[in-house]
Design a protein around this ligand. Structure first.
Ligand SMILES: *[C@@H]1O[C@H](CO)[C@@H](O)[C@H](O)[C@H]1NC(C)=O
Ligand SMILES: *[C@@H]1O[C@H](CO)[C@@H](O)[C@H](O)[C@H]1NC(C)=O
Ligand SMILES: *[C@@H]1O[C@H](CO)[C@@H](O)[C@H](O)[C@H]1NC(C)=O
Ligand SMILES: *[C@@H]1O[C@H](CO)[C@@H](O)[C@H](O)[C@H]1NC(C)=O
Ligand SMILES: *[C@@H]1O[C@H](CO)[C@@H](O)[C@H](O)[C@H]1NC(C)=O
Ligand SMILES: *[C@@H]1O[C@H](CO)[C@@H](O)[C@H](O)[C@H]1NC(C)=O
Ligand SMILES: CC(=O)N[C@H]1CO[C@H](CO)[C@@H](O)[C@@H]1O
Length: 223
């Protein structure tokens, strides 16, 4: 046994198991809390949205455990599958307003997809109920539409803003740097998502790094 322990083969094997463990637990470094502007979803979509939304609320896209070196990872971890029965009627009512499926109209299916793809990767920190409760609390903590409105940034068919024009008031209101994501439509860059970043425990908001987002040198429309 002593000989086996010190043998290189054992060390390699132990390291391989360690790597498997890291990968199967879907290790992450921080969270991205992603909110979207539903009218942009509907504008860039090939099919019309099932339930067009008024120009009122940014809504939740998802809460994504993330890794700085690859913000799309981890995903689809080996955790418990989405269980609709775990959501109380109260929580469900809150999510229907904050986290609607603006494109296809099946809210439950949207929640199921986000949990299975992202929530499973942070299940050790937030179980399914905590994942949805925490997301709702994050949504409630800042009203992006109102922050922008107070800075005279309101939906407009032709007006444009620079990236920094939109980031600045959000930064002032939250004390943290958000990340903006855009979608292209008819050669226009449309504001689509505002990302807040949270540390590992999803409690404290932190600055987001400027990773791929809206193009810096092209003005942004908010419609
Ligand atoms: C983040 O991703 C990189 C590249 O895939 C990986 O090497 C690293 O271990 C990951 N970090 C964590 C904490 O999972
Ligand atoms: C926007 O959020 C407010 C506050 O929760 C809610 O009263 C309102 O119905 C929401 N609007 C839409 C279109 O969902
Ligand atoms: C909505 O999605 C859920 C979860 O995937 C599914 O069980 C349900 O049948 C869907 N409802 C409709 C009306 O398609
Ligand atoms: C956010 O602010 C807008 C504009 O003041 C308002 O219409 C909306 O109801 C607010 N939404 C929430 C969730 O409070
Ligand atoms: C927006 O302005 C109104 C009116 O001055 C103020 O009551 C509200 O707190 C402001 N909201 C934000 C998010 O700054
Ligand atoms: C992202 O920001 C964090 C916190 O400031 C920092 O530790 C990390 O190195 C940054 N990562 C990249 C890829 O810029
Ligand atoms: C909780 C869970 O889904 N665990 C699964 C992880 O993956 C193994 C092997 O594929 C399954 O047997 C577990 O059920």
């Amino acid at each position: 046994m002593a000989m086996l322990k010190s043998s290189p083969a054992f060390l390699v094997l132990a390291f391989a198991f360690f790597l498997c463990f890291i990968m199967s637990t879907g290790s992450y470094v921080y969270f991205q809390f992603v909110q979207q502007w539903p009218p942009t979803n509907c504008r860039v979509r090939s099919k019309p949205c099932s339930k067009p939304r008024p120009l009122q609320n940014f809504t939740i896209h998802g809460l994504w455990p993330s890794n700085y070196s690859n913000p799309r990872a981890p995903s689809n971890c080996n955790g418990s599958r989405f269980n609709d029965g775990k959501l109380s009627p109260e929580l469900r009512a809150k999510l229907k307003i904050s986290w609607p499926d603006v494109e296809n109209g099946n809210d439950t299916k949207f929640w199921e997809g986000e949990w299975n793809k992202h929530g499973t990767c942070s299940e050790g920190m937030l179980n399914q109920i905590q994942y949805f409760e925490r997301s709702y609390a994050m949504w409630m903590s800042y009203n992006i539409t109102e922050i922008l409105k107070n800075a005279s940034i309101v939906p407009h068919p032709t007006k444009t803003w620079k990236y920094s024009d939109i980031v600045a008031p959000i930064q002032t209101a939250t004390g943290r740097t958000p990340l903006l994501r855009c979608k292209w439509n008819n050669n226009n860059q449309l504001l689509h998502e505002v990302v807040f970043c949270y540390e590992y425990k999803a409690k404290k908001q932190i600055d987001c790094n400027r990773t791929a987002g809206c193009w810096n040198n092209v003005d942004i429309k908010f419609q």
